[in-house]
Design a protein around this ligand. Structure first.
Ligand code: HEM
Length: 404
């Protein structure tokens, strides 16, 4: 990501986990990892996320009534984007951004647009040599987008610092999750926290929102799979019970549905590694030291040798004892990457997706767009739907919810 790094150098901002390298990166991850990856910390975010899920369900119902003729929700990814932004900011900043209100606050809306601009402009900039970047109009727009992202994150951090100072002043105990912990732990300067938190926020929005969009798109096309998922959720959480993090452990089919979605639509369609230590032999070919390998998750996902019937949405292939499972290559699908540099937000992303999907299944039956629109994926740094996904959301009768 040389262009992302160049922005930080231009503005004297700190690198975060996405853009840092070597020892700096290692130090950042050692501070950020525990509260992002340790199960006991991650499950403590479930209540916060569940509140956001509740608001999202209310928003879907409202959209359906006001703009969807009582049934349709148009451009679901856009709505899920707001959900994901609200979810990750409530975890990171311990504050609500108002993304799911009827009128989305202007700052939030502009933040969302800036993230989109930054991802859209990124692949264009890298087509040009670095020396030309300062002269390109596209670079100026890219810089403006990052400026806005840092500005919003900075405001939220300053606000949290003021809250903490006020509590200390009033002799009240200071409690909080992610940002409060970072600010109090003294392991990073405020500039470093800003660099990291901005990158976490950025990485945590399009990834989950696009994945859930594809998941619902596929569930709408496959009513039997949706029914099986609904039955599983209702058997673990009957009636009005809200799924919590312990319940998810008893929902193997839900996990299989998400795994299959990420196989077919790996939102990060590829990632890279450089062989810095020595030359390496892969598949009988010798690659010299410092070779850049690009790992194409998307291509591997559709390799029929690894996934028979690769174009079919078959969550059952991930269940224990599935006939093809033993034949699958363990590295066939690694949508969160692998090793020490693997996704930092994996556990939070999974929790968000599981809590959201299980609650959506309890409330709605999701149906396809009656116009029969087929949506294909396209790469805009991340793998996104090439056109809007519109789906029908029918309330499940309350009686049915209670009986199950
Ligand atoms: C469906 C959801 C997500 C998917 C599929 C995903 C996928 C990935 C992948 C493939 C990588 C590169 C890993 C590697 O090189 O081995 C990555 C890195 C990263 N992800 Fe995620 N991600 C998701 C959600 C999130 C969320 C919610 C956050 C933040 C809370 C996040 C934060 C990060 C960060 C900070 C990195 C860089 C890690 C590093 O370089 O040390 N991701 N992600």
């Amino acid at each position: 990501m040389p262009h992302w790094r160049a922005y930080r150098e231009l503005r004297n901002q700190a690198h975060g986990p996405l853009t840092a390298m070597g020892a700096d990166w290692q130090q950042i991850r050692s501070v950020l990892n525990p509260r992002m990856l340790k199960p006991k910390h991650v499950s403590s975010y479930a209540n916060t996320i569940n509140e956001v899920v509740g608001d999202f369900i209310r928003r879907l119902s409202w959209l359906r009534e006001t703009t969807g003729g009582g049934l349709m929700v148009h451009d679901l990814t856009e709505e899920l984007y707001k959900f994901a932004f609200e979810g990750i900011s409530s975890v990171l900043f311990e504050t609500r951004m108002g993304c799911l209100e009827e009128a989305v606050p202007e700052e939030t809306q502009r933040f969302i647009v800036s993230v989109g601009d930054m991802f859209r402009l990124s692949p264009v900039i890298v087509l040009f040599p670095k020396s030309l970047w300062p002269y390109l109009p596209v670079w100026k727009r890219f810089v403006a987008a990052w400026d806005y992202l840092f500005k919003v994150a900075d405001r939220l951090i300053q606000q949290k610092m003021e809250d903490i100072q006020q509590k200390v002043h009033l002799d009240q105990s200071v409690e909080g999750a992610y940002l409060t912990h970072l600010l109090l732990s003294d392991q990073m300067t405020v500039t470093e926290i800003l660099g990291s938190v901005t990158e976490l926020l950025l990485a945590g929005v399009d990834t989950t929102s696009n994945t859930v969009s594809w998941c619902l798109y596929q569930l709408a096309q496959h009513p039997q799979i949706q029914e099986q998922l609904y039955q599983e959720v209702m058997s673990v959480c009957p009636g009005d019970t809200l799924p919590g993090s312990e319940d998810i452990g008893r929902m193997p089919y839900l996990k299989a549905v998400v795994r299959e979605t990420l196989r077919m639509y790996p939102v990060v369609p590829g990632n890279a590694r450089v062989t810095v230590d020595s030359e390496i032999v892969v598949g009988g070919h010798l690659f010299p030291k410092d070779t850049l390998f690009h790992l194409c998750h998307y291509a591997v996902s559709y390799d029929e040798h690894i996934y028979p019937d690769a174009h079919a949405f078959l969550p059952q292939r991930w269940l224990r004892g599935a006939p093809d499972k033993a034949r699958q290559h363990p590295f066939g699908s690694v949508p969160f990457g692998f090793g020490v540099r693997a996704c930092l937000g994996r556990r939070v992303a999974e929790l968000e997706m599981y809590l959201l999907l299980s609650r959506l299944m309890k409330h709605f039956e999701v149906g396809p767009d009656p116009a029969g629109t087929r949506v294909e994926p396209v790469t805009r740094t991340l793998l996104c739907p090439a056109k809007p996904i519109n789906l029908q959301f029918t309330d499940r009768p309350a009686k049915q919810q209670r009986a199950a």
